[in-house]
Design a protein around this ligand. Structure first.
Ligand SMILES: *Cc1c(COP(=O)(O)O)cnc(C)c1O
Length: 381
């Protein structure tokens, strides 16, 4: 069997529905190509309605939303920002854009997200060194809610505002409350690989009217109230276009379906990969109150129980023209961040060594899933 006999199975390709084109078509018909327009305001309203956030500002990317979020929470040169090491680099980079320093913290094994003990240790140590962290960047990786009760309590105890990176967690919730509504500011990403996409885009959400106003202002070149072009502050060109927001409106109609399907795919793999030596689906189970959107299904291979490594499995799946990927490489192991302070590190380094992301796109058929599972069974024995 040659790989060319198949269509390639991607990790998480865009999955469009039937209404995106209508919104885009309407925008072009009405000449709402620029600047902002009804799709943008409609998309923002859809996000507010779904998540329960009071305000939403649609932006050109999730990264832009992190940049603005940090800025709005007062981060500047010399400041320190707490951040999980186990995340995608886009979480941490805006800390450097602002001349601040990331302080990386290890994961805990149940959710793969911020370890509350390590977090407390990091905060106490930074305070002892005379630099209290300015913001806590909280990530819900692969859609799995972080340990919110513990982390919210620590943030409150030390009075550190949370910027919630829910880029991968749209549609996930904790105690029926949507992720992206726990931080002072939160963000979603609509990049091409996320659970919903606008081809590229992001959104900043908050319950604070002033912060939302400031986000809009800074995202549109910080133009003062004047008929001429007057600027007192440094601004950015970070707004999402009305065309792309049209894709977003169509996508938002599908969010419940997409979450349901991602969770079904996780459950399917769990059932069909059960009993393979040394292989388990993780992070699982969900903690009480947590509901993950299961953006990506990920597996861990325990070297004590199987000789198959994640890289051997990845290469084998390639022979079936199936894409799989290592988990995010922790930030403290990245050349870019080797100078940054790090608290702990063994947990996320271990996950990186043992993990692999499987194709999890919501358009996958039963035959597609079987193809992945058979490929896995051929090498994990
Ligand atoms: C995708 C992602 C981002 C960045 O979003 P973009 O829209 O691609 O800029 C940030 N954080 C995490 C955890 C992500 O997965």
């Amino acid at each position: 069997m040659r790989s060319q006999d198949y269509d390639r199975l991607y990790l998480s390709p865009p999955h469009l529905g039937r209404h995106e084109l209508n919104y885009v078509h309407k925008a072009i018909e009405d000449n709402w190509v620029a600047p902002i327009g009804p799709n943008l305001t409609g998309f923002e309203a859809d996000i507010c309605q779904y998540t329960g956030a009071a305000y939403c500002v649609a932006l050109s990317s999730g990264t832009a939303a992190i940049h603005l979020g940090l800025l709005l929470l007062g981060v500047g040169p010399g400041d320190e920002v707490l951040c999980p090491s186990f995340t995608f680099v886009a979480t941490a980079n805006p800390i450097l854009y602002l001349g601040a320093t990331p302080v990386f913290v290890d994961s805990e094994p149940d959710t793969w997200n911020l370890c509350p003990q390590r977090l407390r240790e990091a905060i106490l140590d930074r305070i002892a060194q005379g630099n209290k962290p300015k913001v806590l960047l909280l990530v819900h990786l692969y859609g799995m809610p972080a340990r919110l009760p513990e982390i919210l309590a620590i943030a409150a105890e030390f009075d550190i505002p949370i910027l919630e990176d829910a880029a991968e967690a749209l549609g996930s919730c904790f105690n029926k409350q949507q992720l992206g509504t726990f931080g002072k500011i939160a963000l979603f990403s609509f990049n091409g690989n996320k659970i919903l996409t606008t081809s590229g885009g992001g959104a900043l959400v908050t319950n604070d009217a002033e912060l939302a106003f400031r986000a809009r202002f800074l995202a549109t070149q910080a133009k003062d109230e004047a008929p001429h072009y007057q600027h007192s502050e440094l601004g950015y060109n970070y707004r999402l276009s009305n065309i792309l927001a049209g894709i977003g409106r169509g996508q938002m109609e599908l969010l419940d379906d997409r979450v349901k399907r991602r969770r079904e795919i996780f459950a399917w793999y769990q059932e069909h990969l059960a009993g393979l030596p040394g292989l388990r689906l993780a992070p699982a189970p969900e903690l009480p109150g947590s509901r993950s959107n299961r953006w990506l299904t990920t597996v861990l291979l325990n070297p004590a129980e199987t000789s198959c490594t994640p890289e051997a499995l990845r290469l084998h799946l390639e022979t079936h023209n199936v894409e799989s990927r290592p988990l995010w490489k922790p930030m403290h192991l990245q050349p870019l961040y080797e100078q940054a302070p790090m608290y702990g590190g063994e947990v996320c380094a271990g996950l990186f060594e043992q993990g692999l992301c499987l194709p999890s796109g919501t358009a996958m058929t039963e035959a597609d899933l079987l193809r992945v599972a058979e490929g896995i069974r051929e090498v994990v024995r």
